[in-house]
Design a protein around this ligand. Structure first.
Ligand code: SF4
Length: 155
């Protein structure tokens, strides 16, 4: 990604070629990135439209293959009567420009030593930096130096 100090590395669960019931099965299909999720209950339908993972995956796929994909969450609920839902979404150039700006801004923060814990992250449960993260607000005490100017009239 232009302006980023490191590459974006990720792994797609699956990519499928989808076809409408009326196409000839040859060239008229479209690529869909599929990401599998499990959930205690069905997620709201508007979440895929704002999901950052979907944006990153579509962006990466388009950079590598030169084709704009569709994106689908296949959500399996773990309730008493389990169910599966296919939640479709898509991304356009404006989503991609926003993603680039977001990641470049985050990268600049990292380069400058800015750290903001996100303790609701899925990664916290087995994070190797959890101890240091828990003590972060104690370790980063700042020293503020003040310059007191003498009042020349008081001399
Ligand atoms: S515990 Fe790890 S993953 Fe969670 S906020 Fe802290 S550094 Fe990030």
């Amino acid at each position: 990604m232009p302006g980023l100090s490191k590459p974006i590395i990720g792994e797609l669960d699956m990519v499928v070629s989808e076809h409408t019931p009326f196409d000839d099965g040859a060239d008229s299909g479209f690529d869909t990135i599929v990401d599998f999720k499990t959930a205690a209950r069905m997620r709201s339908d508007d979440r895929p439209a704002k999901d950052l993972q979907a944006t990153v995956f579509c962006y990466a796929f388009e950079k590598v293959h030169g084709r704009r994909p569709s994106f689908r969450f296949d959500v399996v609920t773990k309730a008493k009567s389990p169910g599966v839902r296919h939640l479709y979404t898509g991304r356009d150039d404006d989503h991609y420009r926003r993603l680039e700006k977001l990641l470049v801004t985050a990268d600049k923060g990292i380069q400058a030593g800015v750290f903001m814990p996100n303790e609701s992250s899925f990664a916290c449960s087995d994070c190797p930096f959890a101890d240091r993260c828990a003590a972060w607000h104690r370790d980063c005490s700042a020293t503020i130096s003040m310059v007191v100017k003498k009042d020349p009239a008081a001399a």
